[in-house]
Design a protein around this ligand. Structure first.
Ligand SMILES: NC(=O)C1=CN([C@@H]2O[C@H](COP(=O)(O)OP(=O)(O)OC[C@H]3O[C@@H](n4cnc5c(N)ncnc54)[C@H](OP(=O)(O)O)[C@@H]3O)[C@@H](O)[C@H]2O)C=CC1
Ligand SMILES: O=C(O)CCC(=O)C(=O)O
Ligand SMILES: [Mg+2]
Length: 414
């Protein structure tokens, strides 16, 4: 067993699910690979400043570094990508934040991000997409984009159940499909890789339930189920059908004009919430042409991955796209983007995604005053055109600042 490398802060308390949030919580963080080394310290500095400004010394986060990814292999040993003590800490301390982690294409290790989501059963990937005034955008009116993506985070083809082309495993699965299931549609069986796409009733229901509850709590106008159910009938189509059934059975939705769209009354605001669905390819063009028609989005894992980056691009790119991975017990906040390796260590990229992910974390803790200060700092820095390269290259008259200078610009404007 490897030695322990996590240093628990001497001060601060654990967050325990179901109990009030302590004023001095210990929050584990994973620095992340690639640009993690740039954005994570800036995020910590900005969040500490917001918390200090909002609460004086009354509340304070005690950060605790835990290790995963490339840094972990340097500290624990060459094959230790996700040490057990990291998992244990994420469970024990309940709320955490992470930088991005590299996943090689083709061979090599499977995604550590996906492994974390599956191991901790972080079944909701929540990615809000909103416009900040002044951010460069390819849309005529980006202020119409205001959506919150609920991406199923544990199932689908994304779970990584697959066999390499021509491997014994692929041959065995293909033989089973052909001989025992009567499958004749595998065009080149000798050389095919094979992947499995599990989509369950429980998995769909808990995700759609969370999206509907979010719509109720935040007075949103609609929940859209995004799927490719015309083609993948029993996985993506089942997602749609389970979703509509849940809306009717648990939220009392009734069909509109013979269905399948339906509506129910928000028990908190008394307003109507429409539950609708759209096929994924059509959705990708409609979010460009008629973004105002979409609000809360519930979708499967792979669709959610694509939709997250596409929607982020409409409001300035993945440099300011935040996210959270949430289960009924744990939460791990993380940016939508990856490790952007060519920028690693250059103090260049936009730390906005990770900072806004931390802002979501502050709201999750109920620290809304500090969260509001983070938004204030970001809005003001962008309004003053103090922006990183990604915005500066598209904005007239911008002052290009570094990653760390952007953090300082935010702090100065809180
Ligand atoms: N949750 C996670 O940990 C995730 C991990 N990954 C992993 O990251 C690695 C790299 O993936 P890749 O597909 O290149 O995607 P990335 O998101 O890492 O980068 C793609 C491009 O997005 C832009 N970008 C990303 N982050 C920022 C930022 N903070 N500020 C400004 N611009 C940014 C850059 O654009 P430009 O070149 O135009 O400047 C960059 O080249 C892969 O191994 C992948 O698996 C990917 C997504 C999520
Ligand atoms: O795990 C990875 O490497 C990529 C994950 C990803 O793109 C995402 O979750 O948006
Ligand atoms: Mg992605």
């Amino acid at each position: 067993m490897s030695a322990s490398h996590i240093k628990v802060p001497a001060e601060g308390q654990k967050i325990v699910a179901g109990q009030p949030i302590p004023n001095h919580p210990i929050i584990p963080y994973i620095e992340g690979d690639g640009i993690g080394v740039d954005i994570t310290p800036v995020m910590i500095k900005v969040i500490d400043a917001a918390v200090r400004k909002a609460y004086g010394g009354e509340k304070k986060i005690h950060w605790m570094e835990v290790y995963a990814g490339e840094k972990s292999t340097r500290i624990y040993g060459p094959d230790e990508w996700l040490p057990k003590e990291t998992f244990d800490a994420l469970k024990e301390f309940a709320v955490a934040i992470k930088g991005p982690m590299t996943t090689p294409v083709g061979g090599g290790i499977r995604s550590l991000n996906v492994a974390l989501r599956q191991e901790l059963d972080l079944y909701q990937c929540v990615r809000p997409v909103r416009y900040f005034n002044g951010v460069p955008s390819p849309l005529k009116d980006p202020s119409k984009v205001d959506m919150v993506i609920f991406r199923e985070n544990t199932e689908d083809i994304y779970a990584g159940i697959e066999w390499e082309p021509m491997s014994d495993g692929a041959k065995k699965v293909i033989a089973f499909l052909q001989n025992e299931m009567g499958v004749k549609k595998i065009r080149f069986p000798e050389t095919s890789g094979i992947g499995i796409k599990p989509v369950s009733k429980e998995g769909t229901e808990r995700l759609v339930r969370a999206a509907m509850q979010y719509a109720i709590d935040n007075d949103r106008a609609s929940v859209t189920l995004v799927h490719k159910g015309n083609i993948m009938k029993f996985t993506e189509g089942a997602f749609r059908d389970f979703g509509y059934a849940l809306a009717k059975n648990e939220f009392g939705a009734v069909e509109l004009d013979g269905g399948p769209w339906c509506k129910f009354t928000n028990p908190k605001s008394g307003k109507e919430i429409i539950v609708k669905d759209v096929i994924a390819d059509a959705f990708l063009q409609q979010i460009l042409l008629r973004p105002a028609e979409y609000d809360v989005i519930a979708t499967l894992n792979l669709n959610g991955d694509y939709v997250s980056d596409a929607l982020a691009a409409q409001v300035g790119g993945i440099g300011i796209a935040p996210g959270a991975n949430i289960s009924d017990q744990y939460a791990v906040f993380e940016a939508t983007h990856g490790t952007a390796p060519k920028y690693a260590g250059l103090d260049k990229v936009n730390p906005g995604s990770l900072i806004l992910s931390a802002e979501m974390m502050l709201r999750h803790l109920g620290w809304t005053e500090a969260a509001d200060l983070v938004i204030k700092g970001m809005e003001a820095a962008i309004a003053d055109k103090q922006v990183t390269y990604d915005f500066a290259r598209l904005m007239e008259g911008a002052d290009e600042v570094s990653c760390s200078e952007f953090g300082d610009a935010m702090i100065a404007r809180m």
